[in-house]
Write a protein that binds this ligand. Structure first.
Ligand SMILES: [Zn+2]
Length: 411
């Protein structure tokens, strides 16, 4: 049985970007937001949560992270083997679940997983959806699609693969099959590599135009959405023109790409903090000087890209790429700081992680803002994030996390 709650006295930031409301009362009944006001009478059956001195916000949404990797894994790009290759699948699932909880603990009640090497993360999502274990809401893309020799084809060339990985695919038939396979296995978004990344600058465009068109067309034909890793102009432009729903990373954006994104309403998830983490903390994780320098170069490019995109009215969402090398699960809030560095107000940064992300994920009817009738995904924060956005980067400042009316954390 769900408990009913009255959250009293907090400054309410509802996720829509308007003025905060002091001394708010938010009533939660049967897992949903029943009433919002100031100094409301409290029904007798409600448990009161005294939130004076705190800020109440919608549960945050991270639209780009990877539960298949994290700080318990060797995460040195270019090391030659997929992360955790030596782990049993069962151990991978448990690690992924641990990472999911770290995100929840930091106030992120909904996660869009941006791809796995296997379908282990999908099992974590299913276990949470089925109520077997508690955790954040996960929107999964299952396995990310790459070409032979592409960004995710991580096996050294002297190893002959005898398995059938389903996500390294080339040509119309294989690409079509790979999309259908991921969706059959539960993918709600299909993720593919439109370009290489930090260490593969030769991959300016990974899948060719024909393959990209098939991925996008087939995903949309099955009423799913498609997002792509985009770090070079050529592949990014091809993917946007083919009709992808969101550009991930979006390094080296040009006026031409931005024009297309504005015209098509393509979302942008700039993932600044992962590049910042690699550039500034990568050495502690064994990343080479060369790698850290490249990360800084991409970071500068993304920072400029976000500024341009914001100015031109591109729809901007929020994703941390947590799990990828130095960007740890549970420090997702570091991305808020980056948005403020890029010229967003703290309120605009918060809207990206709440209302905008919910809209991108087609979940705005249920989550993303504090409004009557929506699911009670709520976080309480110690202090005022509008005065100091960095408080959202430390999970210790997140004193309560509620998902669908159930409290998972209360300090
Ligand atoms: Zn990623």
């Amino acid at each position: 049985m769900l408990k009913n709650y009255a959250i009293c006295g907090a400054v309410l930031i509802d996720g829509n970007g308007g003025e905060p409301v002091a001394n708010s009362t938010v009533l939660v009944r049967d897992g949903r937001i029943a009433e919002i006001g100031v100094n409301l009478p409290i029904p007798a059956d409600m448990t009161v949560i005294d939130a004076k001195g705190k800020t109440l916000l919608p549960g945050f949404i991270d639209a780009h992270l990877h539960l298949c990797m994290g700080d318990k894994d060797l995460s040195i790009p270019g090391s030659g083997l997929p992360l955790g290759l030596a782990d049993h699948a069962g151990l991978r699932v448990l690690k992924s679940y641990d990472y999911a909880l770290k995100n929840l603990n930091a106030g992120f009640t909904t996660l869009r997983d941006a791809g796995d090497y296997t379908d282990n993360t999908m099992q974590v999502k299913k276990a949470i959806d089925q109520g077997i274990v508690h955790g954040p809401r996960i929107i999964s893309s299952n396995m990310f699609l790459s070409t032979t020799g592409g960004h995710n084809d991580l096996y050294p060339s002297f190893l002959q693969r005898t398995d059938n990985p389903k996500n390294n695919c080339d040509g119309p038939v294989e690409v079509l099959k790979a999309v259908r396979y991921q969706i059959h296995r539960g993918a709600e978004w299909v993720k593919f590599f439109a370009t290489g990344g930090i260490m593969d600058p030769h991959l300016k465009q990974e899948f060719n135009d024909e393959e990209v068109a098939i991925i996008v067309r087939e995903t949309h034909a099955r009423q799913k959405k498609v997002f792509a890793h985009c770090m070079w102009e050529q592949g990014t432009l091809a993917a946007v023109r083919a009709g992808i729903d969101s550009v991930e990373h979006g390094s080296r954006l040009t006026e031409e790409i931005i024009d297309e994104m504005v015209k098509r309403g393509t979302w942008y998830v700039p993932t600044l903090c992962v590049l910042d983490a690699s550039a500034t903390m990568g050495r502690d994780y064994g990343l080479s000087e060369y790698y850290c320098g490249r990360a800084k170069w991409f970071y500068d490019s993304n920072l400029e890209g976000v500024k341009m995109a914001k100015e031109r009215g591109v729809k901007i969402a929020f994703g941390s790429d947590s799990g990828f090398n130095a960007q740890k699960h549970g420090t997702n809030g570091r991305e808020f700081i980056q948005y403020v560095k890029a010229g967003f107000t703290p309120m605009e940064a918060i809207v990206c992680a709440t209302r905008n992300n919910a809209e991108m994920l087609d979940l705005l009817d249920e989550i993303g803002t504090v409004e009557t009738g929506k699911l009670a995904d709520l976080v309480l924060v110690d202090g005022d994030p509008l005065a100091d956005i960095s408080i959202l980067a430390n999970a210790d400042n997140i004193t309560m996390v509620m998902r669908s009316g159930v409290i998972y954390k209360q300090l």
